[in-house]
Write a protein that binds this ligand. Structure first.
Ligand SMILES: [Zn+2]
Ligand SMILES: [Zn+2]
Length: 133
């Protein structure tokens, strides 16, 4: 718990000035035996998207959440956003896909407003799906 690690050098895209989240996830999976969640202040992306708030390996071991685009002067709000994204990415690690239910923590967040509009809770269907994993 609470280990500090650097993102691998090859994850940094100097043209975008961002880190490729999948390369970091591969690095985490290689270096940790158990499920691992990384929290970073770096701006992360994955192919096809300008940025991501977080990324996880579906039914894998590793998840990452970035606070780079969650930032706000309101510390409580930042904490709430971080908790939502952390639960969301861990949902993926546990095998959950994105959920269409509004308010469900597994709803895909395209922007910060989407995060603020959802809750920290799994909807009924996601809870059932979690129980089956
Ligand atoms: Zn997701
Ligand atoms: Zn759901």
């Amino acid at each position: 718990m609470g280990t500090e690690i650097r993102p691998p050098e090859q994850s940094f895209n100097k043209f975008r000035q961002q880190y490729e989240a999948n390369i970091i996830l591969d690095h985490l999976e290689k270096n940790f035996d158990e499920k691992v969640l990384a929290i970073t202040d770096k701006d992360i992306y994955t192919s096809g998207l300008n940025y991501v708030f977080g990324l996880a390996k579906l039914k894998g071991k590793a998840a990452i959440v970035s606070i780079f685009r969650l930032m706000t002067a309101d510390k409580e709000l930042l904490k709430e956003r971080l908790i939502k994204e952390t639960i969301h990415e861990f949902g993926h690690v546990l095998g959950l896909q994105h959920c269409k239910e509004k308010g469900c923590v597994m709803n895909f967040s395209n922007n910060i407003r989407d995060i603020d509009n959802k809750t920290t809770e799994f909807c009924h269907m996601c809870q059932i799906a979690l129980g089956k994993q």
